[in-house]
Design a protein around this ligand. Structure first.
Ligand code: CA
Length: 592
């Protein structure tokens, strides 16, 4: 059978079309295997030509890089795990020492590490690099003796009642007679006594106790030297500067201690407190006087007459903050020389911390010691036309906190943390490091939850370690921690609270009593949050509201604002303020 030419042509076309389809399909299949470009996954590689050899080299490099990164991550993970296990092992073998550097009147930004361009604090900066710096750490009352009573007891003023230097609060008995109450916290419930009596620590205090009333020496201390209120003094044949004396006493404790026991030492520097009543205020060591000589101290933005005039109307010329402003800051020359001397005294403390850490290193104890640097209250450096402390403004309530803890997770070393840590947390943190639970009367929480294993889940780990210690032969624990967290604020969708097992607090109550009379130091209270701060001045029933995000200098009181958002915020915060205040004043076993 013969086939016509048109038919032959048609068959040829069909065969050609079919093979073209097959080729196209093969090409398509082949491209499916090359559509994943390793460069896509790496993102930021320079564009190159697509020659196959080049491509396979890139692919090889990428794979090698991936393998290296994976191996490194695994190694890091393994190292962290090993370090953690090692630390836990060490905990079981050898209890940690605790060294507290507790300076005086030291503001949150009097640290190079906190971004201060003038002050030199190389040792503390290095400590922050090796540990964690807490940038929003605050005190619940900004004055020496109340903040110290809080450190020793873990309680708010509302509970420990140590209102007045030297004598506590004065109460009126039913028969009308007045009674001075001294230090009301039972003497066996201070951190000193608990560490000494319950945890078997060798306990020392070198420097300012700050109560002007005795703590029972036998119950509380193995070593106790109280120095307060002076910068220079002749002792024996030698003139001493108080920071040198604090250093010498701390060294004496470290060298003479019972080395069979872990130690707790509070080096409570009097610096950078001024000498009240001496017009010179700050008197540094002679060797420091050349420091800052050629510096110009920046004047704070709110150190203006305008800011002073914006203070509540009851802030007059007799207000102690204004009086001390006149002592320190009312001329440009005075401002410069006062701040330079203040910074010199801060640098002297920094040097002292360095000497003591060097000694610990020499003893081989540096890596088995929890180190804390903090202070009792902040300070106005002319902001709002004020000097010193007391009031709820940021300058007064925010203070430094650096913690270096051998148990700290490696990846958190050298980081900062911006949670609201408080002076009420110090007792719980220190006791926990010694294997003790906080007493039910204590109101703060263990801050190691913020730097162990990277999250609050670490609190669980700390708990189980305490349980471990309870079951060990070491007699350490008091009672399991059964304290409650109050319910979150009813408004704000759970955003505002005092914390929970899984979260840290996002608000707190601040309080300060009146001293002498309302013209001298009026009482002040506050509800502190990161977005808004509510002030209450009880002597005058005067309220203020500040937008902390848009007005961090606390210059524009929004109390009379007609903005519905501010009005709503005021109502909500006023209500919550009362709730937290009542809880602080209650005898509930709570964590605030
Ligand atoms: Ca102080």
């Amino acid at each position: 059978m013969s086939v016509s030419l048109p038919t032959k042509l048609a068959i040829l076309i069909l065969v050609l079309a079919g093979s073209l389809l097959v080729t196209l399909y093969r090409v398509h299949k082949a491209t499916q295997f090359t559509t994943i470009d390793p460069r896509d996954e790496l993102g930021d590689l320079p564009a190159e030509n697509n020659a196959p050899s080049q491509e396979s080299r890139i692919h090889e490099k990428t794979e090698r890089l991936r393998r290296m990164m994976k191996e490194r991550k695994e190694k890091e993970k393994q190292a962290a795990k090993e370090a953690e296990e090692e630390t836990e092992e060490q905990q079981k073998r050898e209890p940690m020492n605790i060294l507290l550097f507790y300076a005086d009147d030291w503001r949150h930004d009097t640290l190079g590490a906190a971004g201060n361009p003038i002050v030199k604090t190389p040792v503390l900066d290095a400590l922050a690099e090796e540990g964690m710096m807490f940038t929003e750490n605050c005190v619940t009352t900004s004055i020496c003796w109340i903040s110290r009573a809080t450190l020793y007891s873990g309680q708010y003023l509302a509970r420990h009642h140590f209102e007045m230097l030297g004598r506590g609060r004065t109460i009126t008995l039913p028969n009308g007679t007045k009674q001075e109450m001294k230090f009301e916290v039972p003497q066996n419930e201070t951190i000193y006594s608990l560490l000494k009596q319950k945890a078997g620590y060798h306990v020392g205090h070198a420097g300012k106790l700050g109560l002007w009333t005795e703590l029972n020496r036998h119950l509380n201390f193995d070593f106790m030297v109280d120095d307060d209120g002076w910068h220079w003094r002749k002792l024996g044949e030698r003139m001493w500067h108080i920071t040198e004396k604090n250093t010498a006493d701390a060294l004496r404790f470290l060298m003479s201690r019972n080395k069979k026991k872990p130690f707790f030492l509070n080096v409570a520097y009097f610096a950078t407190h001024a000498v009240d009543g001496d017009t010179r205020q700050y008197m540094p060591q002679n060797g420091s006087m050349s420091m800052y000589e050629n510096d110009t101290i920046p004047i704070p933005e709110t150190a203006t007459e305008e800011a002073w005039n914006k203070m509540p109307p009851f802030f007059g010329q007799y207000n102690e903050g204004r009086t001390r402003y006149r002592w320190r800051f009312d001329t440009a020359e005075k401002h410069q020389s006062m701040m330079k001397n203040y910074y010199r005294m801060a640098s002297e403390v920094d040097t002292s911390v360095g000497i003591l850490l060097k000694h610990l290193e020499y003893e081989g104890q540096l890596n088995n010691t929890l180190i804390i640097f903090t202070t009792d209250n902040g300070n106005f450096h002319a902001e709002h036309g004020l000097a010193d402390k007391w009031y709820p403004h940021q300058e007064s309530i925010r203070v430094p906190l650096i913690i270096k803890d051998p148990r700290m997770s490696l990846e958190l070393k050298g980081t900062t943390n911006d949670e609201f840590t408080l002076n009420i947390d110090l007792a719980a943190t220190i006791l926990s490091a010694a294997g003790l639970d906080p007493l039910p009367s204590m109101m703060g929480r263990d801050m190691s939850a913020l730097y162990r294993k990277g999250s609050l889940r670490a609190a669980t780990a700390a708990q189980s370690r305490r349980a471990l210690l309870r079951n060990s032969t070491r007699k350490t624990s008091t009672l399991p921690d059964q304290r409650q967290y109050p319910a979150p604020a009813s408004d704000g969708n759970g955003k505002y609270h005092s914390g929970s097992e899984y979260s840290w607090r996002t608000e707190f109550f601040y309080e300060h009593p009146m001293h002498s009379n309302p013209d001298y130091i009026p009482a002040s209270e506050a509800l502190v949050r990161k977005d808004y701060k509510y002030f209450y001045w009880p002597n005058f029933k005067y309220e203020q509201l500040f937008d902390m995000k848009n007005d961090p200098g606390e210059m524009n009181d929004l109390f009379n604002s007609t903005n519905p958002i501010h009005q709503q915020k005021l109502r909500e915060m006023r209500k919550r303020f009362v709730e937290l205040k009542m809880m602080a004043h209650s005898d509930m076993s709570i964590i605030l």
